[in-house]
Ligand binder design. Structure first.
Ligand code: PGA
Length: 319
């Protein structure tokens, strides 16, 4: 429990606000959904609701407005959110600087990756963990947009994702190529054709990733740059679901080759030979520009930027 004393109109007001209440509010503000905030916090939904109510009662203002399922922040809520972020960031910095004294031997690494990266992140984490067995690792998997939110909320030390927008205050270093390809069921009529013209894709049904996915954005850009349309089929969340849907024959999928490597090798899906493909992209290791990286986070960053590409290419060669 922290007690904040401040002078307001000559009166001393005491606020009994807990860090947990602030963290619950920050999580709710990000997800705009009690169930998802509860999941993130490892609490029940009523417990999150209670934390928010207690915070509102301590501050004497309403922080959220609920209309049906929609949750909006009040003006006061926005202000409190900014304050909560600053306090939690300050505490995080404090933890980092204390860890700095202890070195890389201990501490925590919070890393988030997009779903495709989850196919190779464990290989990297295994080597890192063997090198630094005292470091606790927390790995989260989400999509591109959600990772950007985690970075801006300081919920994570480092993320691995497709290219982040230049407009945000982020530091991003590329370490591995990430070609995007179109995959199909092996019986698909286009599967055996060579040097396909992209215009042929206009009559094809594509399984779509969810809004917020970087892969979905890259796909939309690919078609709009070529002034082509496509038939949007089923919408799925995550690279795994997209891959399974293509494998089941529900439509074509544009996705990272990294996500379907095993299925391509096993002949469960095939890569279409389309002119202008693969879309050349890269994987990036990203953190907030103002983030004070803890020793474990700095060690992981160095490891990924200098060694990960060779390790992963070797592994791919070995199959
Ligand atoms: P996503 O990842 O499609 O899972 O969001 C790709 C990216 O970060 O661009």
């Amino acid at each position: 429990m922290i007690v904040i004393n401040f002078i307001y109109n000559q009166a001393i007001v005491s606020l009994h606000i807990t860090l947990r209440q602030m963290a619950a509010f920050q999580s709710l503000a990000r997800h705009r959904n009690f169930t998802r905030a509860a999941g993130e916090m490892g609490l029940t939904q009523p417990a999150v609701s209670m934390q928010i109510k207690q915070l509102e009662s301590q501050l004497g203002v309403a922080l959220i407005e609920q209309r049906g399922k929609r949750i909006d922040l009040t003006e006061e809520g926005e202000e409190v959110l900014a304050g909560a972020r600053a306090i939690l960031q300050r505490l995080d910095d404090l933890e980092s600087s204390l860890n700095e004294r202890k070195g890389v031997k201990s501490g925590r690494l919070r890393i988030s990756v997009v779903t495709t990266v989850n196919t190779f992140a464990p290989d990297l984490l295994l080597i890192f963990q063997q090198r630094y067995p005292g470091v606790g690792i927390v790995l989260d998997v989400a999509n591109h947009k959600e990772l950007l939110e985690q970075l801006s909320d300081n919920d994570v030390d480092l993320v691995i994702m497709g290219r982040p927008p230049a407009s945000l205050n982020l530091k991003a270093g590329t370490f591995l190529e990430n070609p995007l390809v179109i995959v199909a069921h092996p019986d698909h009529p286009l599967a055996a054709r060579k040097r396909l013209s992209p215009s042929l894709l206009s009559n094809e049904t594509f399984i779509m990733r969810e809004p917020g996915s970087g892969t979905r954005r890259a796909m939309e850009r690919f078609f709009s740059e070529k002034d082509l349309s496509f038939i949007a089929g089923m919408e799925v969340s995550g690279a795994e679901a997209l891959k399974q849907s293509v494998q089941a024959g529900l439509g074509l999928g544009l996705m990272s080759r990294d996500a379907v490597r095993m299925e391509l090798d096993a002949g469960l899906v095939v890569e279409l030979d389309v002119r202008g493909l693969p879309i050349p992209r890269h994987w990036y290791l990203v953190h907030h520009q103002s983030k004070r990286l803890s020793p474990p986070a700095r060690a992981f960053k160095d490891f990924v930027l200098t060694e990960a590409a060779d390790l992963l290419r070797d592994k791919r060669r070995q199959g």
